[in-house]
Design a protein around this ligand. Structure first.
Ligand code: ARG
Length: 458
């Protein structure tokens, strides 16, 4: 008898290199715990429905648990010619317990089996990703709380724009991650569905109870259409998208970390534990972790594109193309988990160079909008004020000073309403604290923002 589960109809065996190409065992071994869990639920249901005997069921469960334990201890040899994790386990089970093992596949197919494994895997991993995001958000909030009064230049077009607080800047990433978290949470309703019992594509003639396996596997609901159950990979595309977008957010943050830690900016200092050196330039301390995270967004986005292209034009129901859904998802999950953990450690241990940030914002024109607002308060129309300030800035550039050093006579010759209080008005700290609008960078507004965050953050 052929070792292949489908050997009966074949008179020739594939050569080893064909088996190698066909196999998924190299990567779908990742699913072993879910495969065993799914099979135990299936066997339990079969026995409850009287489709197999209780004795067979007990033997199956015991056998499966023993196989899993052996695998975890490195004692289970996996065979490429057995193609995938499902057939490897089944083959091993039959070897160990004989006919009872051969009854496990009653009323199911590898098509609903692999779909069940992937739903269980994705659900578990998405829940872990949500926890990692929450932990990362908590670290961001902790840093923000100690930097409400730390001032820095805010940028647009990577040109100094207006003074902001460090807390306000970093909390932007809290909100990006909040949307990522909510996308992952929302996706669970499309992941948390049981395909088990769809069998190959059309359902089965055995009196199975799909709701029983649903509840044994703790799924919220079941697919209503057996063909949809085995053909749906939307939840994988969606998870890859959610991972990719989170990685895009991390890469934006990484880019800032890289810039901030450069000698040009010197806004932060990364801890040695999250930096690396150069093999040739002894003075160097490189932000490799941030660069890797910025770079890894290429892989996750690639995996998303690859899954979309694999699904495009696939007819119903199962097609072997679908085996290609695994490596990209496993890789993307692994990449995001690693990136979240590393990023959290990196920012938790960085030093914010508070004095240098303050000095920086005193040495630029980022308070120019304030001067215009000052004139508006003296009843000058904003457009005129903008023009007047532009001229003052030009004068200052030509005389190599910033706005706090422009002499009062100069101000008054630009507009008679400017008084000595202008110097206090233009101090970056005051520019920030005057911002009272909802969601702004002013200290009071940031404190309110933190209150709202803390109500949400579980
Ligand atoms: N290894 C396959 C996969 O990952 C399992 C399902 C195979 N089903 C089949 N009818 N050949 O998709």
């Amino acid at each position: 008898m052929s070792s292949k589960a489908w050997g009966g109809r074949f008179s020739e065996q594939p050569e080893a290199w064909v088996d190698e190409f066909n196999a998924s065992i190299h990567f779908d071994k990742t699913l072993i715990q879910y495969d065993v869990q799914g099979s135990i639920a299936h066997a339990t249901m079969l026995a409850k429905q009287g489709i197999i005997s209780d004795t067979d069921c007990d033997q199956i469960i015991e056998g499966l648990n023993a196989i899993l334990a052996d695998y975890e201890q490195g004692k289970l040899a996996l065979d490429v010619s057995l193609e995938d994790i499902h057939l490897n386990i089944e083959h091993e089970l039959i070897k160990r317990i004989g006919d009872a093992g051969g009854r496990l596949h009653t009323g199911r197919s590898r098509n609903d089996q692999v779909a069940t494994d992937m739903h269980l895997y994705t659900k578990a991993e998405v829940s872990q990703l949500i926890d990692l995001i929450i932990s990362f958000q908590q670290t961001i909030v902790k840093i923000a709380e100690s930097h409400i009064d730390t001032i820095m230049p805010g940028y647009t077009h990577l040109q100094r724009a207006q003074p902001i607080s460090f807390a306000h800047h970093i909390l932007t990433y809290y909100w990006m991650l909040e949307r990522d978290k909510s996308r992952f949470q929302d996706s669970l309703k499309r992941i948390d569905i049981s395909p088990l019992g769809a069998a190959a594509l059309s359902g089965t003639t055995y009196p199975i109870d799909r709701h029983e396996t649903q509840s044994l596997l703790d799924f919220s609901t079941i697919y209503e259409n057996s063909m949809d159950a085995v053909s749906d990979r939307d939840y994988i595309v969606e998870t890859l998208h959610n991972i990719s977008l989170t990685m895009v957010h991390l890469s934006r943050f990484a880019e800032e970390i890289i810039f901030w830690s450069s000698a040009e900016a010197n806004f932060i200092t990364l801890s040695d534990a999250f930096s690396t050196g150069s093999s040739i330039m002894p003075q160097k301390k490189n932000p490799d972790m941030a660069e890797l995270i910025r770079g890894k967004v290429g892989r996750t986005t690639g995996n998303l594109m690859s899954m979309l292209m694999t699904l495009k034009g696939l007819p119903l129901a199962y097609n072997k193309d679908m085996q290609e859904d695994k490596e990209g998802l496993f890789d993307a999950v692994h990449t995001l988990k690693g990136s979240l953990r590393i990023f959290e450690g990196m920012i938790d241990t960085m030093t914010v160079n508070v004095d240098h940030l303050q000095e920086t914002v005193y040495n630029d024109f980022s308070n120019a909008t304030e001067l215009a607002d000052y004139l508006v308060n003296k009843n000058v129309p904003f457009r005129n004020a903008h023009e007047i300030v532009g001229k003052i800035v030009l004068w200052a550039i030509q005389h190599n000073v910033y706005l706090l050093d422009v002499p009062l006579e100069q101000y008054q010759s630009a507009h008679e309403s400017i008084e000595p209080d202008i110097y206090n008005y233009l101090k970056p700290e005051n520019c920030i604290s005057r911002r009272i609008s909802h969601g702004s960078t002013g200290q009071e507004a940031v404190k309110k923002q933190l209150e709202i965050i803390k109500q949400n953050l579980n």
